[in-house]
Write a protein of this length. Structure first.
Length: 99
């Protein structure tokens, strides 16, 4: 009960020699990228406008965050100096009343 078709197929497969690795034709990747870029929707400059607005918004957010952190640090330093001055004055007042 041998299957002659399978035997024939296996013999044919054994006779085939190995071929080199298939490579892309010259310029294929460039053509694919060019076609892909041509297919991108341009929408009359709306995409570039949205991109510019997003970049400017991010820049404003970063600058305002830096300014807020700097202002908070300065107010903390001022608050600490007032605290020290009040502590010195309070100690001086207590010393005067205790005498």
């Amino acid at each position: 009960m041998k299957d002659h078709k399978i035997d024939r197929l296996l013999r044919s497969a054994a006779q085939v020699r190995e071929e080199g690795a298939a490579s892309m034709p010259f310029g294929f990747d460039t053509r694919v990228i060019a076609l892909w870029r041509a297919a991108l929707p341009r929408a009359n400059g709306v995409v570039s406008l949205v991109r510019r607005v997003a970049v400017l918004s991010a820049a404003v957010i970063v600058i305002s965050t830096i300014a807020a952190v700097r202002e908070a640090n300065q107010s903390r330093e001022i608050g600490e100096s007032f605290t020290n001055e009040f502590a010195i004055a309070d100690t001086a007042i207590q010393d005067e009343f205790s005498q």
